[in-house]
Design a protein around this ligand. Structure first.
Ligand code: ADP
Ligand code: MG
Length: 225
C-alpha cells in the first residue's frame, strides 16, 4: 500500500444555489520521497485539495490514507496529534506567529502538546542552520525578508520530520531569484527527509522541477507533461 493513497475524493460546499461541487473524484498515490505539482486556475480547488490531504478539512466522500491510517476516522484530538506528527505545511504567506522569534516559530508545532526539551531546541537550531537562518534565530518575522520568512516556514514544517509536506504557492510572494532559491531548499530538504511533497503552484519553473505534474480540471486531477 503506498504511503499516501487518495481514492475518489469529492468535496462540495453548501451554497445559495445548492451544493457547489469543487472536487469531483480525485485519486492519487504517492510513496515517500516522491513529489508532485498541482496546477490549475484560481478557484479550481487546489487549496481545498491540500486542506483535505493535510487533514484540515474532511472530504464529502472518498478514501484517504496516510501511513496506513485513515485520519478522518480518528477522534478530534487524535487527528490533531496525527496531523502534527505527519504533516508539514508551507503557505504562500508564511503563517509565522508575529510575536514569536524565529526559533520559537520552528518549535511551535511542539508547544501544543508540551514544552520544548533541550534536544528539541538543538534540533530546531540545527534546522535553522540548515535553512541558512542561524543568525536570525532571535528575530521576529517582521524583521525578516520574504525569502527569510519562507526559510523559517520550511524549517517549521520539517521540525517533526513529517511524512507529507504540503506547499500552497510557496514562492507566490517572492521575486524570481528568491523563488528559485526557496524552491531549491524545499526540494533538497524533501529529499533529505525522504518526505512526500505536494506543491500547488502557478510557477511553471517550479512545476517543471517536480517528478509529477497534475492539473485540477473539472474537479479531477489530470496528469500533465
Ligand atoms: P484554488 O486554491 O484553486 O484557488 P480553492 O480550493 O480555494 O481554489 O476554492 C475552490 C472553490 O471552492 C472556490 O469556488 C471557492 O470559493 C470554494 N470554497 C473554498 N473554500 C470554501 C468554503 N470553506 N466554503 C465555501 N466555499 C468554499
Ligand atoms: Mg488556493
Amino acid at each position: 500500500m503506498p504511503t499516501l493513497v487518495a481514492q475518489s475524493l469529492t468535496k462540495s460546499y453548501p451554497s445559495a444555489g445548492g451544493e457547489l461541487p469543487v472536487l469531483a473524484g480525485v485519486s492519487l498515490s504517492l510513496e515517500r520521497g516522491e513529489n508532485a505539482a498541482v496546477i490549475g486556475p484560481s478557484g479550481s480547488g487546489k487549496s481545498t485539495l491540500l486542506s483535505i490531504l493535510g487533514t484540515l478539512e474532511s472530504p464529502t466522500a472518498g478514501v484517504y490514507e496516510l501511513c496506513g491510517t485513515a485520519p478522518f476516522a480518528l477522534a478530534e484530538a487524535e487527528l490533531a496529534a496525527f496531523r502534527s506528527r505527519h504533516i508539514g505545511f508551507i503557505f504562500q504567506d508564511h503563517h509565522l506567529l508575529p510575536q514569536c522569534s524565529v526559533l520559537e516559530n520552528v518549535l511551535a508545532p511542539l508547544l501544543a502538546d508540551g514544552r520544548a526539551s533541550s534536544s528539541d531546541v538543538g534540533r530546531a537550531e540545527f534546522l535553522l542552520d540548515r535553512v541558512g537562518l542561524a543568525h536570525r534565530r532571535d528575530h521576529r518575522p517582521a524583521q525578516l525578508s520574504g525569502g527569510e520568512r519562507q526559510r523559517a516556514a520550511i524549517a517549521r514544517a520539517l521540525f517533526r520530520g513529517p511524512t507529507l509536506l504540503l506547499a500552497d504557492e510557496p514562492t507566490g510572494n517572492l521575486d524570481r531569484t528568491t523563488a528559485a532559491l526557496i524552491s531549491d531548499l524545499m526540494l533538497e530538504l524533501q529529499r533529505e527527509y525522504n518526505a512526500i511533497l505536494i506543491v500547488v503552484t502557478h510557477s511553471q519553473a517550479l512545476a517543471e522541477r517536480l517528478q509529477r505534474r497534475f492539473e485540477l480540471d473539472g474537479g479531477r486531477l489530470v496528469p500533465r507533461a
